[in-house]
Design a binder for this molecule. Structure first.
Ligand SMILES: [Zn+2]
Length: 899
C-alpha cells in the first residue's frame, strides 16, 4: 500500500493582531477572492479550509455582498470547508457559555449553506482546556486538531515518561469525565506543507524533508500536510505542485484533500498503541517560558470588562428574558447578534490582550455595544418579571421594590436599591421649577422603614437622596421627560433563594419611630477589627496585613492580603521579572485606616498606603525591545527614579455573610511592572483547585522537572482554592484571570495588573496602552471553608456568585401571578455540586438550563421547572441519559424543559 499524503489548503487567519482588524481584513478579501477564482478555474483543487472559523464568511461578505451566491455554492459543493466554530477562541479567558455560543453559531452558519467541517479545530490556541473532549462530544464531534500542549517524541522514542507526551501525532484525549476523542497534534505545526515548490529540484529536497518530518510522528500511512500558515495567501499552483510530487515520489499517493477525508482515512487505520493524554494541555512538560499563560494578565482592563459584559449578557439579559418574557418575545435574534459581536473579542489574539493598541481600542467599543444590548434586554425582562410579582400586600403609600438573585446559590448580604420617591413631569412645569420641587423633597430628610412582604421591618436604611433628570420611552407614544427624586436604600437580605426574588417596600415613618426596632451594634471594634459570626478580621496598624480567624474551623490565617510590586521586562505574552529583582510590598509601611461604613449590616474599613516604586525600566529595555532580544536573554533593570503609588484597599464585612470582600483602587503611573495580591495561607499541599471551563481543575503546586521559568502562572475563571484536610481558602475574583501558587508558604498570588510596553512574539511592535496607565480597580474576596467537601463546594458556589450581584428593581403596588417571594428555577442539590453556567431558550423557545459538576465524584441533583425535562447536547438534541440519574464526575449537563 502506498502511503497517502493528504494536503490541505488553508490560511491561519488571526483576525486582528499585529495589524488592526481592517488591515488584516483587506488582505482576507484578497485571499478569499483568489480562493473563489481558484475553485472556479482549477477542477483539481479539492477545497480550501476556512481555518475553523465561520466568521471569515461574515467578514468577507461585508465587503463583497455580491459574492454571497458564489460563497454559498462553494460551501454547498464542499469547496469551502466551514466551521465548526464561529471564531478561533481563547480557551481559558472566556466563559463556558461563550464556548457554547461559538459552537452553536459556527454550526448554524456552516449548515445554512452546506456541511460543517467535522473536527474540533484549535490550531493556535494558547493551551487547551481539559473539558475539550466532553464539549466536542456535546457539539457532535469526536476528533480534534490542535497545535500546543503535548510534546511529540517521535517513532524512535516509543517510551514516554510524561503525561503530556506522545510518540505519534495521533492520540487519545480523555477529559475529566472520561469522554474520549481522537486528538491530532500538529507535531510540525500547521504549516508543515506550506509553499510547495513546483520546480522539480526544489520540490525533491522539499519533499524529502517534509515527508521525513511527518513520518516521524504519523501512526498510520495517512500523512497530513497543512498547506498554509498565518495569513498565508493561497498557493495557486498547488495542483501543479502536487503533479510534480507524484512524478518525483511514485511510492506516495498525493491527494489534495480536506479534514473530513483525512479523518475518515486515519480513523480506519489507527494502531492499538496510541498514547492517552488526560485533561488540560498547558505545555506542562516544557521549560515553561512559552506557555503564553501570562496573556491572562495582559491588559487586565479587557478581562474585567469581559467579565462584566458576560455577566450582563448571560446572568441578567439572557436568563431573565428566558424566564420572564413570553416565549414569543424572547429576543433570540438580538441575543445572537450580541454574542457574535462579543465573540469577536474572544479570539485568541484579542481577549488575550496580545495585539497592538488599535485592536484593543476597537474591542472596548464592541464591549460597549454588547453591554448596551444586554442592558436593554435585561431592563425589559426585569420590568416584565416584577410586573408579574404580587406586591399588593404592601400598605397603600409604600414604595415596593423587588430584590432578584440571578445566581445559583442562596444569598445573604446587603443589597443597594434606588427607589423613586416622586417625579415632576416637564409637561407640568419648567424643568428648573420641577427640579427645585423635587430637590425640596430630597432635603426634607424624611424617615423611612424598610418592610418585607409580611410587613415586618427589616435591617437596612436610606443612605442618601438624589434629584435628577429622567425620561420614559413608551412603546406607543412620545417620550416623557421628568425630574425624579430618589432614595438610595441598603437592605439586608437573608438566604434569598437561588434563582429567586423577594419583595420589600419603603415605608414613610413619623420622625420618632425612626429605626425604633433596629439594632445599633457595629461590626467594627477599635477602628481596625471587623467581626461577624463567621470571621474576626484584624487589620495590622503596623503593616496593613490582615489576621483572619475562621470561627468555624478555629483556624487563624496571618499576614494575608499583601500587595506586591515587581518589575516586568517581558511583553504581552510573557512576564519576565527585571534583572534587579527589586520587590516592593504594601507591608513595608503602616497604613492609614479610615472607616468608610459602619452600620449593623455592613462594615467597611479602608487601608490607604503609599508605595514608593520605580517609575519604569531603564533604557536597556528599550534597546532589548528594538533589537528583538528574546525575553529569556534580557538584562534590563528598573530605573532609580521612584514614584508614589497610592493604594486604597476597602475591606468589607457584612453581618451573617461569610464572604470577606475587597475593593482596591489606585492610579497607575508606573510602567514595566506587575502588581499582585498575596494570600500566604501557610497551607502545605501539593495541589490547588481552580475554576476552568465547565471544570474545577486540580493542578500541581509545583511544576514538572523540565520547568525553567521561575514563575508558574495559571489561568482561572471565578476562583482558586488551597486546602488541606482541615479546611482551606477560596479566593474569588471578578475578571482577574491569572494566579500563581507559591508552594513554600502556600501563597495564592492573584495578578492585579501587568504593565508592559510591547507585543512581543515575532517582531518589534510597541504597545504603550498595555502599560495600563490611569485609574485601576480590582474586586476580589476570601471565603473560608472547613474539612467537608460539601463546605468546600459551597465556597466555590459563593465565589462564582461573588461576581453576580443581586439586582433591585422598583415596582408599583399591584396584583400578580407570582408570589411576593419565590424562585423561577428550583435545584435540589444537597452537596452544592451543580454549578449553573446559563439559563436560556433554544431555537424552539424551550428552556435550557446548563451547568456542570464542580466535583470529580458523582452527586445527586435535580433541576425543576415547568415542562417535561430531558438531557440534551449543545444543539438541543436528546442524549441517552435520564435526568434523574446521578450527576457523573465532571459532567456537563444541559436540561431542556419542553412545554
Ligand atoms: Zn493565531
Amino acid at each position: 500500500m502506498k502511503k497517502k499524503v493528504f494536503v490541505i489548503s488553508h490560511s491561519h487567519w488571526d483576525r486582528e493582531w499585529y495589524m488592526s482588524f481592517e488591515k488584516h481584513r483587506l488582505r482576507l478579501v484578497k485571499l478569499v477572492d483568489e480562493v473563489l477564482d481558484l475553485i472556479d478555474n482549477d477542477p483539481e483543487f479539492n477545497s480550501f479550509q476556512l481555518d475553523g472559523q465561520a466568521i471569515i464568511i461574515d467578514d468577507y461578505l461585508a465587503i463583497r455582498p455580491e459574492n454571497k451566491e458564489r460563497v454559498d455554492r462553494a460551501i454547498a459543493n464542499g469547496k469551502l470547508r466551514v466551521g465548526p466554530f464561529y471564531v478561533l477562541q481563547d480557551d481559558f479567558l472566556i466563559s463556558p457559555e461563550a464556548h457554547v455560543k461559538d459552537f452553536q453559531i459556527g454550526r448554524q452558519m456552516s449548515e445554512t449553506a452546506g456541511k460543517m467541517m467535522g473536527i474540533g479545530y484549535f490550531p493556535d490556541t494558547f493551551g487547551n482546556m481539559g473539558q475539550t473532549p466532553q464539549m466536542l462530544k456535546l457539539a457532535g464531534l469526536d476528533a480534534v486538531a490542535f497545535g500546543r500542549g503535548v510534546k511529540p517524541t517521535g517513532l524512535n522514542n516509543q517510551v514516554t515518561d510524561g503525561n503530556f507526551e506522545s510518540p505519534f501525532s495521533e492520540m487519545k484525549w480523555i477529559g475529566p469525565d472520561k469522554s474520549e476523542v481522537l486528538g491530532i497534534l500538529f507535531a510540525n505545526w500547521y504549516s508543515n506543507g506550506n509553499e510547495i515548490p513546483v520546480d522539480p529540484t526544489e520540490a525533491k529536497a522539499y519533499w524529502q524533508q517534509k515527508l521525513a518530518d511527518v513520518e516521524k510522528y504519523a501512526s498510520t500511512d495517512n500523512l497530513l500536510l497543512m498547506n498554509g500558515v498565518d495569513h498565508q495567501p493561497v498557493q495557486k499552483d498547488i495542483s501543479q505542485a502536487l503533479a510534480v510530487a507524484r512524478e518525483l515520489f511514485p511510492d506516495y499517493e498525493f491527494i489534495h484533500s480536506n479534514f473530513d477525508e483525512y479523518l475518515a482515512a486515519v480513523k480506519a487505520d489507527l494502531p492499538e498503541n496510541l498514547s492517552t493524554i488526560e485533561g488540560e494541555l498547558t505545555s506542562q512538560e516544557t521549560d515553561g517560558w512559552y506557555t503564553l499563560t501570562n496573556t491572562a494578565s495582559s491588559r487586565v482592563y479587557l478581562k474585567q470588562k469581559n467579565a462584566a459584559v458576560q455577566r450582563q449578557l448571560i446572568n441578567e439579559a439572557t436568563q431573565l428574558a428566558a424566564i420572564a418574557l413570553p416565549k414569543s418575545d424572547y429576543p433570540q435574534a438580538q441575543l445572537k447578534y450580541a454574542w457574535k459581536v462579543l465573540l469577536e473579542n474572544h479570539i485568541h489574539d484579542s481577549i488575550t490582550g496580545c495585539s497592538i493598541d488599535p485592536v484593543h481600542r476597537e474591542m472596548m467599543t464592541r464591549f460597549e455595544k454588547v453591554a448596551a444590548i444586554a442592558e436593554s434586554i435585561s431592563d425589559e425582562a426585569q420590568k416584565a418579571l416584577v410586573a408579574d410579582i404580587r406586591t399588593d400586600q404592601f400598605p397603600e403609600g409604600t414604595l415596593p421594590f423587588v430584590v432578584i438573585n440571578p445566581s445559583d446559590i442562596a444569598r445573604t448580604g446587603v443589597v443597594t436599591a434606588e427607589v423613586e420617591l416622586d417625579r415632576a413631569l416637564f409637561k407640568d412645569g419648567r424643568p428648573d421649577e420641577q427640579f427645585a420641587k423635587m430637590q425640596l423633597i430630597a432635603q426634607q430628610n424624611r424617615h423611612y422603614t424598610i418592610i418585607d412582604g409580611k410587613g415586618q421591618a427589616v435591617a437596612g436604611r436610606v443612605t442618601g437622596y438624589t434629584t435628577r433628570f429622567g425620561a420614559d420611552l413608551p412603546d406607543d407614544r412620545f417620550r416623557v421627560p421628568y425630574i425624579g427624586v430618589y432614595a438610595q436604600v441598603e437592605v439586608q437580605v437573608h438566604d434569598l433563594a437561588a434563582f429567586g426574588w423577594e419583595t420589600f417596600a419603603l415605608q414613610l415613618e413619623a420622625q420618632n419611630q425612626r429605626y425604633a426596632d433596629q439594632p445599633s451594634e457595629s461590626l467594627i471594634t477599635d477602628g481596625h477589627i471587623l467581626e461577624n459570626d463567621y470571621l474576626t478580621v484584624t487589620i495590622s496598624q503596623v503593616d496593613g496585613s490582615l489576621t483572619i480567624l475562621d470561627k468555624r474551623t478555629h483556624k487563624t490565617y496571618q499576614r494575608m492580603v499583601v500587595i506586591e510590586d515587581t518589575g516586568d521586562m517581558g511583553n504581552e505574552y510573557i512576564y519576565k521579572e527585571t534583572a534587579d529583582q527589586k520587590r516592593i510590598y504594601s507591608t513595608d509601611q503602616a497604613p492609614r485606616l479610615q472607616i468608610k461604613q459602619d452600620t449593623p449590616e455592613k462594615a467597611t474599613v479602608e487601608l490607604n498606603s503609599t508605595l514608593q516604586i520605580p517609575k519604569q525600566a531603564t533604557d536597556q529595555l528599550a534597546y532589548e525591545q528594538r533589537a528583538v532580544i528574546d525575553i529569556t536573554h534580557r538584562q534590563a533593570t528598573r530605573s532609580s527614579e521612584m514614584i508614589d503609588l497610592e493604594l486604597h484597599l476597602a475591606v468589607t464585612l457584612e453581618a451573617d455573610n461569610p464572604t470577606l470582600q475587597f475593593d482596591l483602587t489606585y492610579d497607575n503611573q508606573a510602567m514595566d511592572h506587575r502588581l499582585r495580591v498575596l494570600f500566604p495561607t501557610q497551607l502545605q499541599t501539593d495541589f490547588n483547585e481552580s475554576e476552568s471551563i465547565f471544570e474545577v481543575v486540580k493542578r500541581n503546586n509545583r511544576p514538572e522537572k523540565y520547568w525553567e521559568n521561575p514563575t508558574n502562572p495559571q489561568r482561572q475563571q471565578a476562583f482558586v482554592n488551597l486546602h488541606d484536610d482541615q479546611g482551606g481558602v477560596t479566593v474569588a475574583s471578578d475578571g482577574l484571570n491569572e494566579y500563581e501558587i507559591l508552594p513554600q508558604d502556600g501563597t495564592i498570588a492573584v495578578t492585579l495588573l501587568r504593565s508592559v510596553g510591547e507585543l512581543g512574539d515575532w517582531g518589534y511592535f510597541l504597545t504603550p496602552e498595555a502599560q495600563c496607565q490611569g485609574p485601576q480597580h480590582a474586586h476580589f474576596a476570601l471565603i473560608f471553608h472547613g474539612p467537608q467537601t460539601v463546605d468546600r463546594l459551597k465556597s466555590y458556589r459563593l465565589a462564582r456568585a461573588f461576581a453576580a450581584p443581586m439586582l433591585a428593581v422598583q415596582t408599583t403596588r399591584h396584583a400578580g401571578q407570582r408570589a411576593n417571594m419565590g424562585q423561577w428555577l428550583t435545584i435540589d442539590d444537597p452537596d452544592n455540586a451543580f454549578a449553573v453556567t446559563g439559563v436560556e431558550r433554544d431555537a424552539d423557545q424551550q428552556l435550557i438550563v446548563r451547568g456542570y459538576n464542580l466535583d470529580s465524584t458523582p452527586h445527586s441533583v435535580q433541576v425543576k421547572s415547568a415542562g417535561v425535562d430531558a438531557l440534551v447536547d449543545f444543539q438541543s438534541a436528546p442524549i441517552q441519559r435520564a435526568t434523574d440519574s446521578e450527576l457523573a464526575p465532571a459532567e456537563i449537563r444541559n436540561y431542556r424543559f419542553k412545554v
